[in-house]
Design a protein around this ligand. Sequence first.
Ligand SMILES: C[S@@+](CC[C@H](N)C(=O)[O-])C[C@H]1O[C@@H](n2cnc3c(N)ncnc32)[C@H](O)[C@@H]1O
Length: 272
Amino acid sequence: MGTPESVTFYDQHPFDWIPADASGEIDSVVSRPLVDLIQSLDVESLVLDIGCGPGRVLGFLKKRGIRCIGLDRSRVSLSLAIKRYDRPGAVGDNLHLPFADRTADVVISDGVIHHTEDPVTAFTENLRILKPGGRMYLAVYKPGGRYPMLYKFPGGLIRGSLSRRWSEPFVTLFFQVPYYVIHFLRSRGKRTWSGARNLFYDYFVTPRVAFLPRRTIEEWCEKQQAHIVRYEENRGQNVHSFLVEKEEPNNRCDLIKAGTLEELVEEKRETP
Ligand SMILES: C[S@@+](CC[C@H](N)C(=O)[O-])C[C@H]1O[C@@H](n2cnc3c(N)ncnc32)[C@H](O)[C@@H]1O
């Protein structure tokens, strides 16, 4: 198992923006395809939420009585999740998951692999721990739209300013306060200052972000005995989402193509 970073960005700024008791409001804080997946699950399913953060999704799984385990590289985020939802959890790295092959019926990876050093390895690890026939919910930042531009500017300016202590108040006044006001109004008063602050850090300050096109995820699936059973572009939003199914081993016979098999038989006949 890889060594988790001692203090990660999400230890300092956990992705903590909904009230801990929001489990009655699943539709407003979890995307539609994930809600559908959770609602379709059998209580005996084992769900691994990889990069669970402070447990936004674990809370809903618990409410449905579904067996689930959270994993996150941020010890602070994981502690919040365990404290709030009383589910088992592990500190660990998505690039070297501490779970055996074919453990999970479902893997949830909601806004995680695009923050890792190596998204394709994180994706591969998620598939490795999934049982054949199991499903992975994957949400990742998409290229295009406004977020890639905003992450560069004003994101670059914000990150630069926060790296110098004297310019931090400038960021608070000119960026965080307006961001909070917008979120407060849009959420009809539900967003707290600390919730908006954590979202702000996740949006503009997070140190590593990859924008992953649909084609890239399709190629990863093609190479790894998996296929996409549902895709949501989420027009106007920053992430697109995929429901990926790991194929049963005997569903693919691309190693022995029909032609190759016939050629082998012919070769054998010709051999004296
Ligand atoms: C944007 S938050 C999403 C949290 C949660 N999935 C949710 O949707 O509420 C990203 C999370 O991924 C975690 N993370 C980033 N890189 C990771 C890695 N290599 N291994 C495990 N967790 C990681 C962070 O610590 C953080 O909690």
